[in-house]
Design a protein around this ligand. Structure first.
Ligand code: SAM
Length: 207
């Protein structure tokens, strides 16, 4: 898996080393465990997925974080990216909107003695109590850059968020440039994420 990540352009040694240390199979449902080290997203229940390793790597690398930085993750899912960020020495705050997924993720993370702070709620509004963050990573795709998340970044901090339609999104790397919430945006290539559902995301569907 690591060779594949470096072949695809991931060069931050700290990201590669964290992904080498965090055992992805612990976050994958038992029937799918022999696919744990494929470069693929896998279902984790509730219509959600554990992200593809390349996606976790590119998003984590794009945050440009250093040890001790405070990072907010929106979309805990399986907990895998939470564990990767913690293995890099970040102080991790993570929000998941589906309570049963957060419960399962916590079981795995706590079993591995990972340090993090979590809650179940709508992450598009952020977590003002712990702001400002050095980095924010959104692991689901929304229709626009969530305004509250820009407000909760420190100046110079980065927000990595997939934005686009429900069918595909571009990874936006947003760098906050002023206390007035001005920002610069860099676009990475197209991805397909599960929908970001919430106040500054997509509405919840009835089906
Ligand atoms: N990083 C996760 C992993 O490695 O397993 C990725 C999980 S999945 C691709 C994205 C997650 O975002 C899903 O679990 C979904 O329920 C969650 N999600 C969607 N909208 C959300 C919101 N507004 N707030 C918090 N979580 C949300």
């Amino acid at each position: 898996m690591l060779r594949l990540l470096s072949d695809r352009g991931i060069c931050d040694e700290r990201v590669l080393s964290a992904m080498l240390r965090v055992e992805r199979h612990l976050f994958v449902p038992i029937p799918l465990r022999n696919h744990s080290y494929d470069d693929a997203a896998l279902p984790i229940g509730e219509g959600q997925t554990i992200s593809q390793p390349f996606t976790v790597a590119i998003m984590t690398e794009a945050l440009h974080l250093k040890e001790g930085d405070k990072v907010l993750e929106i979309g805990t899912g399986s907990g895998y990216q939470t564990a990767v960020l913690a293995a890099m020495g970040m102080r991790v705050f993570t929000i998941e909107r589906i309570p049963s997924l957060l419960r399962s993720a916590k079981q795995v993370l706590d079993g591995m003695n990972v340090r993090y702070v979590s809650k179940s709620s709508d992450g598009t509004i952020g977590w003002r109590e712990f702001a400002p963050f050095d980095g924010i990573v959104v692991t689901a795709g929304g229709p626009e850059i969530p305004k509250s998340l820009v407000e909760q970044l420190r100046v110079g901090g980065r927000l990595v968020v997939p934005v686009g339609s429900l069918d595909f999104q571009q990874l936006k790397i947003v760098t906050k440039t002023s206390e007035n919430n001005d920002y610069a945006v860099e676009d990475k290539s197209d991805f397909k994420f599960v929908p970001l559902i919430g106040r500054d995301g997509w509405p919840e569907s009835d089906g």
